[in-house]
Design a protein around this ligand. Structure first.
Ligand code: H79
Length: 434
């Protein structure tokens, strides 16, 4: 609604500003294919806000003026930050990539920036660049690193005219929008030239000014010129725009919109779903509503069945440590993946569409049937293709099956009540096309 009111100011809808994107070069197609196979990433929300333990929106939610927040930033000193420890936790969880907040809506840069003084090296007693340390450890571990970058800024004076948020930050009612875009491009250039090969950039916050001229075509082209294999992942809650590489959904599986702001339009790009482990992205000291390890496994399975990656969030504490509740759940995921990872990593969703009882994933002639909610021994699937064998993934017990022209019936073994997922492996006959 606010967007409509602003139509007079920004007459051109965002999509119409973009010329058709250039053809996608081979290295980026390969990066997209890699991303599709990854299936699990770790999202990290960490910044000045972590100190207040009320999530990453605390500046907005509590109406903290810029000057007061600048003081808070000057106290940030995460002395226990240990990039190697974080990457060890990520690796044990079975994640293939990490996406970390380089800059959130508070406008504070968590990296050494020459385009701003409001950054962790120039502004805090900590004086280190955690993104550099993380980039080194990720490279060592073979985990790809993505930078979250907020287009929305509650601090920068040139983020003007203001959008839907950041109105109580006490900034003067002036500013040069294009100078702000130049600043963003300068920071993105730093991120893309100083940290080695990146997985890509994860954008957020464009929804604050949906009708503004974001100069996306220019920024996207710059990113792809600096790193042709870097993926652009925009969390703008719209259908994909030209130049973008991944369609990401926030707190919802693709096509669902329980969050209220997601599009239900699914395009043809690789898919991703971001999810909080409790109810907060940034550290929230009283939010104990953690999903169980079992729930997280089942969400990962549902995401894979919908052909999407799960980007699972943690909000480290202001001292640089990750809460034990989060570490424990990540370890549980990793333990589950040690046995069941073959049915997740490197698979595609399908061939049977997601159902209430569960989902399927596939790789080549192998189909994994993930039975999540089904009380009966007999399960019928609308699956074509001749099945050569069926067995439980864990333990290898053969699963009796019966095929007719309209599908396949499995006779499932009894389940242990607390199994998060019962996985049946079907080997299909190679000669059948699916
Ligand atoms: O970084 C995390 C959040 O801080 C950020 N995205 C995740 C990954 C985020 N911010 N807000 N949201 C997610 C929810 C979006 C709310 C919106 Fe609205 C509803 C955007 C537009 C409509 C409320 C009303 C905020 C702006 C106007």
């Amino acid at each position: 609604m606010l967007g409509l009111l602003r139509l007079g100011v920004y007459p051109v809808p965002a999509a119409a500003q973009l010329p058709p994107a250039d053809p996608v070069p081979a290295e980026r197609l390969a990066a997209r294919a890699w991303f599709r196979d990854a299936r699990l990433g770790l999202f990290i929300h960490w910044g000045v806000y972590s100190q207040l333990g009320q999530g990453e929106w605390v500046m907005q939610n509590r109406g903290i003026p810029v000057g007061t927040y600048e003081w808070l930033a000057s106290a940030f000193n995460p002395v226990k930050f240990d990039a190697r420890a974080w990457v060890a936790v990520a690796q044990a969880a079975g994640v293939r990539y990490i996406t970390i907040t380089a800059r959130h809506h508070d406008g504070f840069s968590m990296f050494a920036s020459d385009a701003a003084r409001y950054d962790i090296v120039d502004w805090t007693p900590f004086g280190r660049d955690p993104l550099r340390e993380l980039a080194e450890e990720c490279r060592r571990a073979g985990i790809r690193l993505f930078f979250y970058y907020s287009q929305l800024d509650w601090h920068h004076p040139d983020y003007f005219p203001r959008g839907r948020t950041g109105l109580a930050s006490g900034r003067p009612e002036t500013g040069d929008w294009y100078r702000y875009l130049d600043f963003m491009d300068a920071q993105l250039e730093e991120l893309l030239t100083r940290y080695g090969p990146l997985g890509g950039i994860w954008f957020d916050g464009m929804w604050d000014k949906p009708d503004a001229d974001w100069r996306l075509a220019r920024t996207y082209a710059m990113i792809h010129r600096l790193q042709p294999a870097a993926l652009i992942i925009p969390n703008h809650h719209l259908a994909p725009l030209p130049g973008e590489d991944v369609q990401t959904f926030e707190q919802d599986l693709p096509g669902a919109n329980t969050a209220g702001f997601n599009t239900t339009q699914i395009g043809t790009l690789p898919l991703e779903t971001s999810l909080t482990m409790n109810r907060s992205w940034g550290f929230n000291i009283t939010d104990t509503a953690f999903k169980s390890g079992r729930e997280l496994v089942r969400y990962l399975v549902r995401a894979a069945g919908a052909d999407a990656n799960l980007l699972l969030n943690v909000g480290p504490r202001p001292d640089g440590t990750i809460q034990p509740e989060a570490v424990e759940r990540l370890r549980e995921l990793g333990t589950w993946l040690a046995t069941y990872g073959t049915s997740i990593h490197g698979t595609r969703g399908g061939p049977v569409p997601p159902r209430d009882w569960g989902v399927t994933t596939q790789r080549g002639d192998t189909v994994f049937v993930h039975v999540l909610d089904w009380p009966d021994p007999m399960l019928a699937l609308p699956l074509d293709g001749r099945v050569r064998s069926a067995r439980m993934l864990a333990g290898g017990t053969p699963v009796p099956f019966h095929q007719t022209p309209i599908g396949l019936t499995l006779t499932l073994p009894d389940s242990a009540a607390d199994d998060p997922d019962r996985v049946v492996v079907l080997e299909l006959s190679r000669r059948q096309s699916r």
